[in-house]
Design a protein around this ligand. Structure first.
Ligand code: ADP
Ligand code: ASP
Ligand code: MG
Length: 454
């Protein structure tokens, strides 16, 4: 079997869902499980409505929800027409929007938003899209069955970025999905959402639909995981930033993981791990151009000096100075335990004799984290930094790459540099407002001119 995942733009409207149906049909002999994201932008709108409701702007929040209702019903009309179970599907979609409106009213009374209630609201994006896509696939004569993702995807209780439990998911996926597949049915599951052992709805982090797809692929021992999105595959850089970015036809798991972690949103970073564990190749394809070759992510692709450039903004740099303690055994462990305690993951690390600098992506728990860090030394914070990453599994073996990378960035202020121990990723921290310039300069250096001209 295979897992076929459609991202938000690939189910954005009736035309996109029709394309998804055609793609799924072309995969039918390989027994697909279909994972869908919320319609493009729906998750953002749901999260905005939740914030507005909790801040007392109930009317604005309800307007947002009515917009979502309207949009799902319009697409349902276009896809389902009249007759059959079209009315039931419309009623079902509308009932979910009623629930959203009630939740928003409750939030506005409470005047307070918790991660748990954010998840309760965000989950509706995928609940709505899965219901719509399943009904539409039936109209296209696909034997689609709707599966409530929460009956399969068990997670912990860390709301908004809950950690999936692969063993429990494997058990559920085999119990719920395998019988469907063996009867020739086509399960349609919403990505991104799950349920805690206590029965509460959770989400596994923004962009988590890819992760859901990989977990289901690992759970069922899939032959392949296909991620269908709005670009031709994994490119040498984000095409929104670097116009000349080009397709990478085959890339290694480890390179793809680094790229995803450092800003290549085309793949959720956690996606790779379950696929690697089971040796399942991951493909990325463009749902608007299904005939394209796409990208294949596997363990055995050749090592290139530089495979791609990634970058992300809004990075916070935390520097801890501690002349007394840095060299003391166990200091770094104590330091990183603080990050662990506050569920904040560290991306890039650089140390000097008396200081440790780290970058974090998610500053939401920074205040509490800083209190604990200050017990270890003087702490300074630099916000609005960006990180650019030059990624290639053969990077360490090519002595010119680092010189070329830094040469390409001349004129830009460099705040931190780190080369990963496996020498696959050179990360450079720069001013946030220069991210685009840095990515274009690095891309031009490594992809637009032949090495001999460098
Ligand atoms: P989906 O909704 O299908 O999950 P995403 O928006 O999450 O799609 O991811 C696709 C986007 O990822 C592309 O539109 C592109 O702008 C961005 N992206 C960033 N880096 C890369 C890269 N190296 N290759 C391809 N796309 C990239
Ligand atoms: N709908 C979710 C999000 O927008 C998950 C996903 O699209 O992968 O973050
Ligand atoms: Mg995505």
């Amino acid at each position: 079997m295979i897992v076929v995942k459609f991202g938000g733009t690939s189910v954005a409207d009736a035309a996109a869902i029709a394309r998804a149906a055609a793609i799924t049909r072309s995969r039918a002999p390989r027994r697909p499980v279909v994972v869908v994201s919320a319609l493009a932008r729906a998750t953002n709108e749901l999260l905005a409505a939740a914030e507005q409701a909790a801040q007392g702007q109930l009317i604005v929040a309800l307007r947002g929800i009515e917009g979502l209702r309207e949009r799902h019903l319009v697409e349902a009309d276009a896809l389902l027409g009249n007759g059959g179970d079209a009315d039931d599907v419309r009623a079902e979609l509308s009932a979910m929007c009623d629930e959203l409106a009630s939740l928003s009213e409750a939030l506005s009374v409470l005047g307070h938003l918790t991660p748990r209630s954010l998840d309760a609201i965000a989950a509706y994006g995928e609940l709505l899209s899965a219901a719509l896509v399943q009904a539409a696939f039936r109209r296209y004569d696909l034997p689609a069955d709707l599966v409530d993702a929460r009956d399969v995807m068990v997670t912990d209780e860390l709301h908004t970025r809950a950690v999936p439990d692969l063993d429990a998911i494997t058990e559920n996926a085999r119990r719920v999905l395998l019988p469907m597949l063996s009867q020739g049915r086509l399960p349609v599951v919403g990505g991104f959402i799950g349920r805690s052992p206590g029965g509460v709805t959770t989400t596994i982090g923004r962009g988590g639909g890819d992760f859901s797809a990989a977990l289901l692929g690992a759970a069922l021992g899939a032959e392949a995981i296909e991620i269908w999105t709005d670009v031709d595959g994994m490119l040498t850089a984000d095409p929104r930033v670097v116009e000349r970015a080009r397709l990478i036809e085959v890339i290694r798991f480890d390179e793809a993981a680094e790229l995803a972690t450092f800003g290549a949103k085309v793949l959720h970073p956690s996606t790779i791990a379950p696929a690697v564990q089971r040796g399942i190749p991951v493909f990325i394809f463009n749902s608007r151009r299904p005939e394209g070759r796409g990208t294949r992510i596997t363990a055995d692709a050749p090592r290139r000096a530089v495979s791609a450039i990634a970058g992300k903004g809004n990075v916070t740099v935390i520097k801890v100075n501690s002349s007394r303690m840095l060299l003391a055994p166990g200091f770094l462990r104590t330091l990183f335990e603080v990050f662990e305690r506050h569920h904040t993951s560290v991306d890039v690390v650089a140390t000097s004799e008396v200081s440790v600098s780290v970058t974090v992506d998610d500053p939401s728990r920074l205040d509490a984290l800083l209190v604990d860090l200050r017990a270890l030394g003087d702490v300074s914070i630099e916000r609005q930094r960006a990180v650019v990453a030059v990624v290639g599994a053969g990077l360490g073996g090519d002595s010119t790459t680092m010189a070329r990378a830094l040469g390409a960035l001349h004129g830009l202020r460099v705040h931190m540099i780190s080369l990963s121990a496996t020498e696959i990723n050179l990360t450079i921290i720069i001013d946030g407002d220069r991210l685009g310039d840095a990515m274009r300069a690095l891309h031009a250096e490594f992809f637009d001119r032949p090495p001999e001209a460098a």
